[in-house]
Write a protein that binds this ligand. Sequence first.
Ligand code: URA
Length: 328
Amino acid sequence: MFKKPNNSRDTSWGKSKSDSQNPKKEFGAKPRIKKEFDKKQEPNSYSERGMQSRPNPNFTHNNSFKPKPKPKFIREGKPPDRKETNILDNGPVRLNKVIAESGVTSRRKADELITAGSVKVNGTIVNQLGYKVNPGDKITVNGNPIPEVLRKVYILFNKPKDLIISTKDEKDRTTVMDVVKSSVRIFPVGRLDRNTTGALLLTNDGEIAHRLLHPSYQIERTYSVLLDKELLPKDAEQISKGVELEDGMTSPCNVFFDPRSRKKIILTLKEGRNHEVKRIFMYLGYNVKQLDRKVFADLSVQRMERGEYRHLNRAEIIHLKKLVNLEY
Ligand code: URA
């Protein structure tokens, strides 16, 4: 008897035994075209070749589903690049810089004190400008030891929701300080509301923090805002020119619509008042549903995961200082 080839696609010739037993398949019915997956394939999967199947990380040994652990909500950033906490720990530093950074006086005034013979290093008067001090050196100004000069730390944090910006919380909620670890005491530069996400700078450099927050330096903050309704062009124009809030007129700023939705706004402000974005929109009858700070002082968190933090590199610190007329 003629035997139907095993993998033939042609089913129009006579009925097989199994066909005749199949009540659904009647004579004249359109032949079922076999699909690729009906064919007996050359063994190509791992198991068909008698090999152990490729391990799927989502399945346990008894094949029950076990999802891969999600990345932690809060991720530790790059560890501090240096362990030292004292400015001198890293090698010789100019005497006037150490005095200025100790908070005693400015660098220029420190030079005057040095030339006047008011500064001693390890008990000996040093009146030479450009003199460098080493780790362990004891510096006095007019007989008083200068405070310890801690290494300056600058950390960029991509703040997640539900984290408060405060060094301590009376209700014992999680604060940024519980998450961002540093070998020296740092503080956040400015505020972000609990539910605002995005770029937050933390430092122990009081001078730079003060200047970055001062409106005279016009430091840019770029926010991505989701509103409860579409922003009217006339309101966008008004925001860009400034609106009258209870603490005065807001500065002119840039307002862009997302081309896909007028509820999504990109706003660049040059000052940092408390709850400023929410107050601007509330003034015009809108509610802010989501607020994400994309950029602060040219520092973007675009490539960082939420909850991640990292130390600024040298070029970023130099740039940051330039923005507020400080020398590196
Ligand atoms: N403006 C706000 O309203 N909230 C923030 O967190 C930051 C800016």
